[in-house]
Design a protein around this ligand. Structure first.
Ligand code: ASP
Length: 336
């Protein structure tokens, strides 16, 4: 039986056209998309249905609430389809892929995000190729995870980052091998895919202000930490530390500001500014200081995965101790 795939259009360059202010979501894109897909038949192409969200966005405008809209649109139609393709802007695609991976944990169907660097209706577009590859992969029942299909590669969604602003190979997963390479053949690596797991779906109400991100840089002061944590809405703080998770421990006031945050019940986590490699809090005295304060090591999670995971955990409830423990565990392949 031919597989049936739902294509959910949320916005992004793929469905945009030019305007005096630059690219904007174009009217009538749903019909253009249907015609493009109808024109592409043959082995491996599934049957499809296309739906569009009411409000199509440039994904630079994404808010955590949009993750709920997307997840609910999929969950309402879950049983009627064998797989899902989500068309999304590239700017925040890795954040949404990460969020959906935690919200659709234990998915038994492929959920593939894609988009393009050049609109589908423009010359030299990469859209049709990305879309067709995503459609074919969304029809493969062995893929039980949320992925990004872009630039001839299939990537685990919660391992991906946008690394190139203009390249057709915009996304990569520096800490995990590609799930598939798309050439003349689609070389899917079954041993790299997530195994079947029990469904644990959730679409919680997110507080957009709950998670803040703080990049550590030479000269950062306690006042900056206090300013970021000034809002009582902030319940999670992601530190972007140096190398294996080091911070300027010689600044006692800075360390005290972070210790106050932990004591207030803020879940403070440590991620690395490096694209490749992991946090090993304690390899250096500068990292061990964070360990003593009670900062949670984020392993080799991407910023996008850490951000989405902290949002999902905070919105799902639990004590601070439980949240800290859950954050450090791999929930759906996001860290080693
Ligand atoms: N600004 C666009 C977006 O993220 C970029 C893209 O789709 O490539 O929606």
């Amino acid at each position: 039986m031919t597989a049936k795939v739902l294509v959910l259009h949320t916005g992004g360059t793929i469905g945009m056209s030019g305007s005096p202010e630059g690219y904007r979501p174009m009217a009538g894109f749903g019909e253009v998309l249907r015609q493009t897909l109808r024109g592409c038949t043959g082995a491996g192409m599934p049957a499809f249905e296309v739906i569009e969200l009411d409000s199509l966005i440039d994904s630079a405008n994404l808010q955590p609430a949009n993750w709920v809209t997307i997840a609910e649109a999929l969950l309402m139609r879950w049983e009627a389809f064998d797989g899902f393709v989500v068309l999304h802007g590239t700017d925040t695609m890795a954040y949404t892929a990460s969020a959906l991976s935690f919200m659709l944990r234990g998915t038994d169907k492929p959920v593939i995000l894609t988009g393009s660097q050049i609109p589908l209706v423009a010359p030299r577009s990469d859209a049709a190729e990305n879309l067709q590859a995503a459609m074919m992969l969304a029809a493969r029942p062995s893929i039980r995870e949320v992925c990004i299909c872009f630039g001839r590669r299939l990537l685990r969604g919660n391992r991906a980052s946008k690394l190139r602003s203009t390249g057709f190979d915009a996304f990569d997963t520096p800490n995990y091998p590609w799930l598939a390479e798309i050439g003349i053949d689609v070389a899917l690596h079954p041993e790299r895919l997530l195994p079947a797991a029990p469904r644990a779906f959730c679409a919680p109400a997110f507080d957009a202000q709950a998670v803040a991100v703080l990049h550590i840089y030479p000269g950062i002061s306690a006042r900056i930490v206090d300013a970021v944590l000034d809002s009582p809405a902030v319940r999670g703080l992601i530190l972007r530390c140096y190398g294996v998770g080091n911070a300027p421990d010689a600044d006692a006031e800075l360390m005290a500001a972070l210790a106050r945050a932990v004591a207030r019940g803020i879940v403070v986590v440590n991620t690395t500014q490096c694209l490749d490699g992991s946090v090993a809090q304690g390899a250096y005295a500068t990292g061990a200081a964070l360990d003593r304060i009670g900062v949670v090591a984020g392993g080799n999670m991407t910023l996008e995965a850490a951000f989405a995971k902290l949002h999902v955990l905070l919105a799902s409830g639990g004590t601070v101790a439980e949240l800290r423990e859950r954050f450090a565990e791999s929930l759906c392949g996001e860290l080693d």
